[in-house]
Ligand binder design. Structure first.
Ligand code: ADP
Ligand code: ADP
Ligand code: ZN
Length: 217
């Protein structure tokens, strides 16, 4: 099944996408991760995206749709995809509809993770990631069982994103409300939308997403 996780920065999309891929074997398609990899590798796309991402703006629809289109050509997507951070504009949503139709894939559900903006500043400011396996953590909300050691892989090196500071988060939240929030009505009109309370605890959100996906394909 193919699922979109929709929500502002800090809503928990990456956390829940990773859990969905672990539970259901779905491929996590994170455009943020793909763009960060392109920036690190200094590809043409990375060079074009770097400054926009640092400022908390949106990378062009053309670039992002191109990257997603290429990813959807890989055979592993047949087992289901969880879209994390894509689409973010109406143009991207329309392009995704066209891509899925062309590749004979179906959109099963769109899960809207409803959260309070102010709480997202704290979530983003406390976010860090295992450098070896990518597992996500938070200074107070999700700490490793053994301090400084990744629960998943035993790694001891962690990274924080350059754009995870209060100033950039405000820009990203503004961008979310202007460009991405209209997708809630877009997918509601298409009969695809489920709402979950993204302010609940991580396991509660996981259970709510499971309930929303139950019986859908
Ligand atoms: P997004 O991908 O939507 O930007 P993340 O999944 O990276 O969000 O979550 C942002 C931060 O908040 C991370 O540090 C994560 O550990 C933490 N987090 C995720 N879900 C919750 C939750 N339900 N309650 C509290 N903290 C959470
Ligand atoms: P967040 O934690 O804010 O959800 P992401 O990792 O999804 O962060 O995205 C980080 C940055 O990458 C965004 O602020 C934006 O600059 C860029 N980006 C990611 N996905 C998209 C997209 N679908 N369209 C445009 N820009 C994107
Ligand atoms: Zn790890």
């Amino acid at each position: 099944m193919n699922v979109i996780l929709l929500g502002p920065p800090g809503a928990g999309k990456g956390t829940q996408a990773r859990l969905l891929s672990e539970r259901r074997g779905m491929v996590q398609l994170s455009t943020g991760d793909m763009l960060r990899a392109a920036v690190a590798a200094q590809t043409e796309i990375g060079k074009a995206a770097d400054a926009v991402m640092k400022a908390g703006g949106l990378v062009s629809d053309e670039i992002v749709v191109g990257v997603v289109g290429e990813r959807l050509d890989m055979p592993d997507v047949a087992g289901g995809v969880v879209f994390d951070g894509f689409p973010r504009t109406t143009a991207q949503a329309e392009a995704l509809d066209a891509l899925l139709a062309k590749k004979g894939l179906k959109l099963g559900a769109v899960v809207n993770m409803a959260v309070d903006d102010e709480a997202m500043i704290g979530r983003i400011s406390g976010r860090y990631t295992c450098a070896s396996c990518g597992e996500g953590y938070h200074d107070t909300e999700k700490v490793p069982a053994k301090p400084g050691v990744c629960d998943k892989c035993g790694g001891t090196t962690f990274t924080r994103r350059k754009d995870d500071n209060a100033e950039t988060v405000r820009a990203r939240l503004k961008e979310y409300h202007a460009a991405t929030a209209p997708l809630i009505s877009y997918y509601s009109a298409a009969g695809k939308l489920s709402n979950v309370d993204g302010m609940a605890s991580i396991p509660e959100v996981t259970a709510a997403i499971d309930a929303a996906l139950n019986g859908k394909e």
